[in-house]
Design a protein around this ligand. Structure first.
Ligand SMILES: NC(=O)c1ccc[n+]([C@@H]2O[C@H](COP(=O)([O-])OP(=O)(O)OC[C@H]3O[C@@H](n4cnc5c(N)ncnc54)[C@H](OP(=O)(O)O)[C@@H]3O)[C@@H](O)[C@H]2O)c1
Length: 350
């Protein structure tokens, strides 16, 4: 290439692709809950995409309590833990800014798992194109509505007329689970959350029939008051005392969908477990763990319904936006301390 062509290529690159971007690495395996010292934010060069690759400018990344378990390198999860010294990963939505593969073009909106960085470069197949106008904001592609939907419909086999209890009900998954249960015909929806404000948010804004703060005395007592006729479905984000209470209050043939383990995640130590299982036997209960990843074939069906509910105003999508990758580590630590309602997402770049 002669020198004028080289400088033309360089200036073409600089107009589209920034020289550097931020990314976050795990630099130490936490013992117990992580601290900010376990993360490192570094500025790295942004490469041109090689043939077959795509360069994406990330717009938003998801924060999920499960990331704490990936940091700890816990085994038994359906996905690999983070490696010390490596950039962490997580769900993100971004815009293609340069493509060396015909499958995607500049300007496409894509979702992928290369979060915790401002720019992601990888083979085109790593990225999935999504509709730019599918939702009012790009961040909504990171929502946990599908998690709630498959947990209710596939794991818990929700039926019209069921009484449904949802724990961590003001959170990303719980806020969707309670509202979707109602839209799918639940007769009564009960939620638990960690503060008076969140309890009010559930009943006054999200349409829960009853709610309680799980810090207010024995959960078993609060649940019996909220569900005098028992519960048929428990959407479990938490484990621990709330799972034990739900088992006691379940009706015969009740179904429990185990979505998460916040009690363990927030303390970074093993949970006490469900205790005596005689009630499970006596009431012929079903306890079923599930992951959204096993039900991705439901995504299109769920997306169509979700967009319909949004259009007609029958569901509220709640999110908290945190600005900047540099603030993401603190936001992840704050998440399991109850700092947010709805889905927390980090806005990346400018
Ligand atoms: N199965 C799947 O496919 C799947 C997919 C996504 C997420 N998950 C899991 O589902 C669970 C919920 O995820 P999310 O993103 O929706 O989280 P979230 O509920 O939005 O957020 C975390 C919340 O945890 C609550 N919390 C902390 N310690 C608690 C405890 N001991 N008991 C009850 N609540 C506690 C806090 O709220 P309070 O103020 O209410 O305490 C905080 O707001 C997590 O375990 C996550 O890893 C599973």
């Amino acid at each position: 290439m002669n020198s004028s062509l080289k400088s033309a290529a360089a200036s073409a690159r600089s107009s589209i692709i920034p020289r550097t971007g931020l990314e976050a690495r795990l630099v130490a395996r936490p013992e117990g809950l992580p601290t900010l010292d376990d993360f490192e934010i570094t500025e790295v060069a942004v490469p041109d995409p090689a043939p077959g690759q795509v360069l994406v400018r990330n717009l938003f990344m998801s924060l999920d309590p499960g990331m704490l378990m990936l940091m700890a390198g816990e085994s038994g999860l359906p996905m690999p833990g983070y490696e010390v010294g490596e950039v962490m990963y997580g769900d993100a939505v971004g815009e293609v800014i340069a493509s060396a593969d015909p499958a995607l073009g500049a300007g496409d909106l894509v979702v992928h798992r290369l979060g915790w960085r401002e720019y992601a470069v990888a083979q085109a197949g790593v990225f999935r194109r999504v509709g730019k106008d599918a939702y009012p904001t790009a961040s909504m592609h990171l929502g946990f509505g599908l998690v709630a939907y498959v947990g209710l419909m596939d794991a818990a086999k929700l039926r019209p007329g069921d009484t449904v209890f949802v724990s961590s009900a003001a959170g990303a998954t719980g806020s969707m689970a309670g509202q979707i249960a109602r839209l799918k015909g639940a007769a009564r929806v009960i939620g638990s959350a960690g503060s008076r404000d969140k309890v009010a948010h559930l009943t006054e804004k999200l349409g829960f029939d009853a709610a309680f703060d799980y810090h207010d005395g024995p959960v078993l007592d609060r649940l019996r008051e909220a569900a005098p006729d028992g519960i048929d479905v428990y959407f479990d984000n938490v484990g621990g005392e709330q799972l034990r209470a739900a088992i006691e209050v379940m009706n015969v043939h009740g179904r429990i969908a185990v979505c998460g383990a916040l009690n363990r995640q927030s303390k970074a130590r093993p949970d006490e477990g469900p205790g005596d299982l005689l009630s499970v036997l006596g009431k012929r209960l079903t306890i079923r763990g599930f992951t959204m990843w096993d039900h991705l074939e439901r995504a299109a069906e769920f997306g169509a319904q979700f967009r319909g509910w949004l259009r007609e105003g029958s569901i509220i999508y709640d999110e908290t936006v945190i600005d900047g990758l540099a603030n993401a580590p603190q936001a992840l630590l704050d998440l399991v301390c109850g700092a947010y309602t709805g889905k927390p997402v980090v806005r990346l770049g400018s």
